[in-house]
Design a protein around this ligand. Structure first.
Ligand SMILES: [Zn+2]
Length: 265
């Protein structure tokens, strides 16, 4: 059984401030240990539940956040960038885990709520429905026939995942109070919870359906400023400008539309 773990940073226990997720700050050195140790707990859970192949993808910022000496030897680790194509080696996986994820941009009382870029993306929709990174990554996995079996993060990220994916297993490692305030589990307890929930999710993987978006697909992105929308080439088909800050991207299927957006990002 092959399990693929995509790891972001904002939904890790003990992480609540922007400087913790930004390379070069004193707080980042400690936060990346919280990150890799929670990822290691997920690897342990997957192996304990019978996985014989585990891939962990570092998807935060430039994709180089795990200190290599800390990586669990039972997995292989995808790190570095760029992040397009989004999930190399995902094909053939029996389940995908979204670890350390966060709620979509605009969610109240959610730690570091954003979608792809706090600085550039104000709001994002897939076929008219507001969507965040949980939906985007679940749809990328779904396009390859892989179900998302577990999501971890704060209470808002977990609720967003359940609303989208139904019977997905969730692990709530903190409760958002404000964008930069949370009631968190101690990291040691969060790792126990992650391990337990991964075991449950891997055992139940067969019950989970891939999240598929049937094409044609319209993505709608509202940037934070008109200057970010200006440099696009608008052909009125793949890319169209709706208003000063809002653009639409069309594709015959989800991956084509997302490729137009992220492949040129
Ligand atoms: Zn991130």
């Amino acid at each position: 059984m092959k399990i693929y773990i995509s790891v972001d940073m904002e939904g890790i226990a003990g992480i609540v401030r922007p400087e913790q997720v930004q390379r070069g700050t004193p707080d980042y050195a400690e936060a990346r240990l919280l990150l890799v140790r929670e990822a290691n707990a997920a690897v342990e859970g997957a192996l304990a539940a019978g996985a014989d192949e585990v891939i962990v993808a570092d998807m935060h910022a430039g994709g180089f956040n795990f200190p290599p000496e800390e990586m669990h030897p039972g997995a292989r680790w995808l790190h570095g960038g760029p992040h397009w194509p989004r999930f190399p080696f995902l094909e053939g996986s029996d389940g995908m885990i979204l670890l350390g994820y966060h709620a979509m941009a605009g969610t109240p009382q959610a730690v570091r709520d954003h979608t792809m870029s706090s600085a550039a993306w104000q709001e994002f929709r897939i076929n008219g429905q507001p969507a965040g990174e949980i939906a985007i990554d679940a749809a990328v996995a779904g396009a390859m026939g892989v179900p998302v079996i577990m999501v971890s993060g704060d209470d808002k990220a977990c609720a967003e995942a359940r609303a989208l994916l139904g019977n997905v297993v969730t692990a709530e490692v903190k409760q958002g109070v404000a964008r930069h305030r949370a009631l968190t589990l101690a990291p040691a307890r969060a790792r126990e919870l992650i391990r337990e929930k991964v075991v449950e999710a891997v055992r139940r993987a067969g019950e989970m359906a891939p999240y598929r978006i049937e094409g044609p697909v319209t993505l709608q992105l509202t940037y934070t400023g008109t200057d970010l929308a200006d440099p696009r080439f608008y052909d009125g088909r793949a890319w169209a400008r709706v208003d000063g800050r809002t653009v639409t991207i069309q594709g015959e299927d989800f991956m084509t539309a997302l490729g137009h957006l992220l492949g040129r990002w």
